[in-house]
Design a protein around this ligand. Sequence first.
Ligand SMILES: NC(=O)c1ccc[n+]([C@@H]2O[C@H](COP(=O)([O-])OP(=O)(O)OC[C@H]3O[C@@H](n4cnc5c(N)ncnc54)[C@H](OP(=O)(O)O)[C@@H]3O)[C@@H](O)[C@H]2O)c1
Length: 366
Amino acid sequence: MADLPTIRWGIVTTGLIASWFVEDLVLNRPDAKVKHIIQSIGSSSLEKGQKFAKQYCPTQTPQLYDSYEKVYNDPNVDIVYIGTPHGYHYRDCLQAIAAGKNILCEKSFAINAKQAKEVFDAAKKKNVYIAEAMWLRHRPLYRKLQELLHQDKVIGEVTRVYSDFAVELDIPSLPSTSRYKDLSLGAGSLLDIGVYSLTWLAGGLEERGSENTELPRIMASQRHEDGIEVSTVAILEYPDGRQGVSSCTTKAKGAPSRIFAVYHGTDGHIEVSGDAPSVPESFTVWARQKDSGSADKVLFDKEDYEKKEYTFPKVGRGFVWEADNTALDVLEGRKESKIVPWATTMHVLEIMDEIRRQGGTVYPGE
Ligand SMILES: NC(=O)c1ccc[n+]([C@@H]2O[C@H](COP(=O)([O-])OP(=O)(O)OC[C@H]3O[C@@H](n4cnc5c(N)ncnc54)[C@H](OP(=O)(O)O)[C@@H]3O)[C@@H](O)[C@H]2O)c1
C-alpha cells in the first residue's frame, strides 16, 4: 500500500450513493492500484458530514465543510466526486469546473444531452478531467462480456438484446422533496434506472465509445403517474438491423429468475443475472455446437448448446474498479475516462432525450 500512487478525493454529499462510494474507497484491498484519501466532505450541514465520516471512513480524518463550494476550492483535493441528485449535476459540475477541479459525477450525468455538452465544453476549456460514474462499465463482468461478445464472438454476431430494470417504489408515500418525486431533481425511472438497461443494450449492440456511434432508430413509450414517469419501454433499431428492447419501471419487482439481460446471436445466447442490472453477478453463455440439431428445430433445445457459466466475486459495494480506474486516469494526466469517454455519455443521453421526446417526459427548464 505504501508504494501506491495517492489520490485525494473531495466528496460532495452525504447521500446514499456517496456513502457506498466512500466505503469502497477506504476498503482494505490487497489488489488496490491506488491509495484513496478522503480529503474533504461537503454537505448541506456539518453535522451530517460528521456522522457520515464517523460511519463510512472512520480510519481517515477528512476536512468537513458545510457547503459543496468549499470542497471545490480546497487546494488539497485532486478530484471531486459528485453524488447530488441528477437534476443538480449540471450546476454542480459547472461550479467544480470553474474552481478548476477534476470530477467524477454520478449517473445520470445530466438531465439531457444539451446540459452534458455544456459541461464537457467547460471542462475542455478549463482542461480538467470529468467522467460519468457509470460504474457498471468498469465492472470486470461487463468488460469480460464485451470481450466475449465482440472479440471472441462466442455467440456469433449479436442480433438482438433485451434488458429490464424493475424496482417497486411507493412514490406517493414519499415526501415531495424526494429525488423520486421532485421533477427538478430529475425524478423518473428512465434517468434513474433505465440508463442501466440502455447500458446493457449498448454492451451488445454497440462497440463502446466511438465518436461516430450512430443514433439508432427509436420507438418509445412512457407511462406517468402524478406527473412522474414510472415506466419506459424503448425499441432501438440499428442501421444493420440489430434490435434491442430496453425497459424500466418503478412499479414492479424484477424477474424471479434474476435474469435481467439476454443477448441473442447467430450462434447462441447469453443470459446475465444478479440482484439488479446495477449489481450483476454472473452470466451464462449458451454457445451452439457445430453439429447441433436439425434444421427444422425452431425452439431452444439445451442439448444443442454448450453451457458455460461466469461468476464474478463481490468486492465491497462494487465501486472499487471505477475508483481505481478514475484515479489512474487523473494521476496519468488524462482528461477523459478510457472506459466512459464523453462520447459514450453523450450518446446515451441523446438516446434518452429521444425516448423522453416520444414518451412525453419534460423536466423543468427544458
Ligand atoms: N451508482 C449507483 O449505483 C447509484 C445508485 C443510486 C443513485 N445513484 C445516483 O446518485 C445520485 C444521488 O442518489 P442517492 O440515491 O445517493 O440520493 P440521496 O440519498 O437522496 O442523496 C442525495 C444527496 O444530495 C444532497 N442534496 C442536495 N440537494 C438536495 C435536494 N434538493 N434533495 C435531496 N438531496 C439533495 C443531499 O446531501 P447533503 O445533505 O449531504 O448535501 C443528499 O443526501 C443520483 O444522481 C442517482 O442517480 C447512483
